[in-house]
Design a protein around this ligand. Structure first.
Ligand code: SF4
Length: 595
């Protein structure tokens, strides 16, 4: 940490929010949103280094050694009396421990003026000047001031330029939204403000991840909000901020209910996936285009059976951290592409340490099990045509017993007991049109490998797809998918993904099976009895994916946070809450249950 060079932009983020700084500078987590993309657009011109490097006034040796500098003048043939404009000027100082890339610098002899570009408006929260004559004076807007983050960033740039031997009389921040060129006076106050923030950032980096801001107006605009979960973490930490739950989070809805990206599932034998420019192309065996999708909208890719994918496409997906799942035509998840993201190992380290402790293991295992039993009971009570009263009571008893379990064996016993009751009455949720498949399921009971009938085949397929989604959610939350609590770690078993999946089995996979048969989207004609068990035909898989996709996009209300999220986002939310619990940010775990 001692010799680390902190990027000036990162230190400025510390002034915005120490937790944001920690995520980005220490853990390497970055999530673009509309604001950051727009900001990148504003920077796109100045981020292109100037064309031709030449000797420049800054080539003089600086007062301190150990500096690195890349000086690329905008126009080296310009009039020598006019300032040179240098884009993307990279500076660093070992002494200060700071590095920066200046959007632009206007250099004239020994004098340099840094120019920083911002997409938005300047800070106009100050008091407007009093109008002398109300009748004559136009409305007066508050004066333009630099935001605290801009002062820090520009202050560090000034210090770096001064280290290079330049005199820096002033600095400019250009606010694109108002086309306002705001001049900052360079004085000791500006320098001290930047150095103090640098010290604070160093201190923050050496400790644990800071707590989220509380009810702060910055959070709704922050690109890391879905990862940071400020309101959710605060709501679950009563000691920190007084009231808990719904009161504490003020019902702010910060997270879009669903993603608008595309989740692609390809299952047609022999098709090939490639990338050309900004589109993902699916071609047939003869190279004829079957479908194409914009790469920028792609969220995930699942390849079922003999679908080919080019190495170049895999590299592009890995670069963009798009998860790719490989499934057999029977729906068994065989592999996932695991891009080497730039993130730190903080969550994984906490997971390995935390799940070495039997108390923490039982806590997580209990939380997922009781939520699953509650959801099984609700599903039966909602959909069973004639559920004996005894069944709901027995499931309630299993739920209560699971809540009290103190060993994993005991907990697994209650979970198995609840599953036996649930699947014994499962066929009662199918309507008359699906009576034949329901009767076969009744005769067989729940059987995994090989699935002996259509309902078992669909349940197995649904659980495989859900395992894939949960593994992707674990990866997004930086959890290690193979280390779990309720599910023991075994070679090839994504134990944490399976743990996360438990409460969602009835809500997603079981619900898809019930509704697809009841609506007639899946019928007996969509299945083949093979030596390897009952399997979906191509048309059956297509019908399944359509029902499954709809279910994942269905929005539900979170019982604690009170906002609505799609099931896909719920998986991500709960994966991130597990990570927050492992890091000690939230004291308890509770998973989604529906009424
Ligand atoms: S969401 Fe709020 S608390 Fe979290 S990193 Fe962003 S600004 Fe900080």
């Amino acid at each position: 940490m001692e010799h680390h060079l902190w990027p000036a932009r990162g230190v400025a983020e510390h002034a915005y929010c120490p937790r944001l700084f920690y995520y980005m500078a220490v853990e390497g987590i970055f999530a673009p949103n509309a604001d950051t993309e727009h900001g990148a657009g504003v920077h796109s011109r100045v981020d292109r280094p100037s064309a031709r490097p030449t000797a420049s006034p800054g080539d003089r040796p600086a007062a301190n050694s150990g500096h690195k500098r890349t000086v690329k003048p905008e126009d080296s043939e310009a009039d020598v009396d006019r300032p040179q404009v240098i884009r993307s000027l990279a500076l660093s100082s070992e002494r200060l421990g700071v590095t920066a890339k200046l959007d632009l610098a206007e250099v004239n002899g020994n004098t340099a003026i840094p120019v920083e570009y911002r997409k938005g408006h300047p800070d106009r929260r100050g008091k407007a000047a009093e109008a002398i004559d109300e009748m004559l004076a136009p409305p007066v807007t508050p004066p333009a001031e630099p935001w605290p983050t801009d002062r820090v960033q520009v202050g560090l740039q000034v210090l770096l330029l001064e280290e290079e031997g330049y005199s820096v009389p002033r600095a400019i921040v250009y606010y694109a939204a108002e086309r306002h060129r705001l001049e900052l006076r360079v004085d000791d106050e500006l320098r001290q403000c930047a150095l103090a923030e640098l010290q604070n950032a160093r201190r923050t980096a050496g400790g644990a991840r800071p707590a989220p801001l509380h009810n702060d107006p910055k959070c709704p605009r922050c690109s890391l909000q879905p990862i940071c979960l400020p309101d959710e973490v605060n709501a679950l930490c009563p000691d920190e901020h007084g009231p808990t739950g719904e009161q504490a989070i003020s019902q702010r809805k910060l997270w879009p209910s669903r993603d608008d990206g595309i989740h692609i599932v390809l299952q047609r034998e022999g098709v090939r996936v490639g990338v050309r420019g900004k589109s993902v192309r699916v071609t047939d065996k003869d190279g004829k285009l079957v479908r194409d999708f914009p790469l920028s909208s792609m969220e995930s890719l699942a390849l079922v059976g003999a679908v080919q994918v080019s190495t170049q496409a895999l590299q592009v997906f890995a670069d963009k951290e798009i998860p790719v799942a490989f499934l057999t035509s029977a729906g068994r998840l065989t592999a996932m592409m695991d891009p080497l993201g730039p993130v730190s190992a903080a969550v994984r380290t906490a997971q390995v340490r935390g799940l070495d402790d039997p108390t923490r293991v039982i806590e997580l295992a209990r939380a997922v099990t009781v939520a699953k039993i509650a959801n099984q009971r609700t599903l039966l009570m909602r959909n069973h045509a004639n559920l004996p009263a005894r069944v709901a009571l027995d499931l309630q008893a299993a739920h209560a017993a699971a809540e009290q379990a103190i060993t994993l064996d005991e907990l697994r016993g209650h979970e198995g007991n609840a599953a036996a009751i649930y699947f014994k009455h499962f066929s009662g949720m199918f309507k008359e049109n699906a009576r034949a498949v329901a009767t076969r399921f009744d005769e067989n009971g729940r059987q995994r490998r090989p699935p002996p009938d259509a309902i078992n085949a669909v349940l197995s397929f649904g659980y495989s797809m859900l395992t894939n989604e949960c593994t992707a959610a674990c990866r997004l939350a930086n959890l290690e998918p193979v280390i779990g609590a309720l599910h023991a770690t075994r070679p090839g078993r994504p134990a944490m993904s399976l743990d996360l999946m438990e409460p969602f089995r009835p809500l997603i996979a079981d619900s898809v099976a019930i509704s697809a048969f009841n609506r007639g989207e899946l019928t007996e004609g969509h299945f083949l009895d093979t030596a390897a068990g009952c399997a979906l035909t191509d048309a059956g898989r297509k019908a399944f994916f359509s029902a499954y996709g709809r279910r994942m996009d269905t929005e539900v209300t979170h019982p604690v946070f009170g906002y609505r999220l799609s099931y896909r986002r719920m998986l991500m939310l709960h994966a991130r809450l597990i990570a927050a619990w492992l890091l000690g940010e939230v004291p308890d775990l509770a998973f989604l249950t529906t009424r």
